[in-house]
Design a protein around this ligand. Structure first.
Ligand code: NAD
Length: 323
């Protein structure tokens, strides 16, 4: 069957790209290519649900953790996000949410930081563990490396026990300086700040991580031990605990508010001192989030609007959609 052969070819290609991106931190194609192929696979699997397998790239998050690090099983899986690419898809996403809930609801729009997803566990206010997302279930223990990030508090302002989630990233300035130094030493350059951040955090020598000037934004909680009843309330509590949250988040009552936020940041993203690759939309109220639930790979109450590709990579292969 023609579709079956295409499905298998797409899976093979996507698995290869994921390995290059997540394990080697050296992507060979732009994200837009990966996203387009993944979408094609999703559509084919929707047409042929009997062909979906548990190990298909549509069902999996990230990649298995590196052997060099101690493994960490997340108390609550660290999932991915669904994607929307244009105004029509944003409107459809909002309509789907409101149809499911049977009424309108409030959203939060946030910047989508282009770095590495991490989990930080605090016990009685003390940082006890920092981990990568890994394959969503099992990540890598990178506590020592995360401790070198100056924006990350080793102790919270209160004796709270909480697991928070966020994105470790490399500011644009640190990235440019790093690649200048590497040029001078005739070393291979990093393709982009995301790959540089991921490579810097997965070093066996923490002094290398420390020299890379990484930073961090916290964007949510894992196992929720806070009293907050909404995402926006939780973000206020995390900021009060001394965690670095991003001030650009915005509460949106309507799809027009969401579209205005996206239009603004599409134009202004270059002015930020860090890279973003899109906008994340989240349903604000936790009871609404619970009602909407999850798919195998991502929550239904949140999605990511991805900016159209703009970067030309230094190492991009000829893009071959025929796989
Ligand atoms: P994703 O990047 O589309 O979305 C999920 C991630 O967004 C979360 O894990 C979190 O780390 C991050 N995030 C940033 N800001 C956030 C915020 N404010 N709130 C919540 N989350 C926020 O999904 P993914 O599963 O991490 O990976 C897919 C991405 O990796 C896609 O962009 C894809 O193109 C890229 N990728 C590229 C290649 C390649 O070869 N170029 C290969 C594999 C994956």
């Amino acid at each position: 069957m023609e579709d079956q052969a295409r499905i298998e070819a797409l899976r093979q290609k996507l698995n290869q790209y994921s390995y290059e991106y997540y394990v080697k931190d050296q992507p060979t194609v732009p994200d837009s290519t990966y996203d387009q192929l993944l979408r094609e696979l999703t559509e084919l699997e929707t047409a042929h649900p009997e062909l979906i397998t548990a190990d298909s790239p549509t069902q999996r998050v990230g990649a298995a953790p590196l052997e060099a690090f101690e493994k960490v099983t997340h108390d609550l899986p660290m999932l991915s996000l669904g994607n929307v690419f244009d105004e029509t898809e944003i409107r459809e996403w909002v309509e789907r949410i409101e149809r499911s809930l049977g009424r309108a609801t409030t959203y939060v729009a946030e910047l989508k930081f282009d770095g590495l997803a991490i989990s930080l566990k605090y016990e009685d206010g003390l940082l006890v563990r920092g981990a990568t997302r890994g394959d969503g279930t099992v990540g890598e223990n990178i506590t020592q490396n995360l401790r070198t990030i100056k924006a990350l508090p080793l102790r919270l302002r209160e004796q709270e026990t909480v697991e928070v989630r966020g994105e470790a990233y490399m500011p644009k300035q640190s990235f440019e300086r790093l690649n200048e130094e590497r040029t001078a030493r005739e070393e291979a350059l990093f393709a982009n700040p995301r790959n540089a951040a991921a490579g810097s955090l997965r070093q066996l020598d923490s002094s290398i991580t420390a020299s890379r000037n990484l930073s961090l934004f916290v964007y949510g909680v894992g196992v929720n031990t806070l009293t907050a009843r909404s995402h926006s309330e939780a973000m206020e509590q995390l900021a009060q605990l001394g965690l670095p949250t991003n001030k650009e988040m915005k509460t949106c009552q309507t799809v027009e508010d969401i579209l205005a936020f996206i239009t603004y940041w599409t134009a202004e993203r270059a002015t930020l001192p860090y890279e973003i690759d899109g906008i994340v939309l989240k349903v604000d109220r936790y009871d609404d989030q619970e009602e909407l639930g999850f798919t195998a790979k991502s929550p239904r109450f949140a999605t990511a609007y991805k900016f159209a590709a703009e970067e030309v990579m230094t190492t991009v292969e000829e893009v071959d959609f025929s796989v």
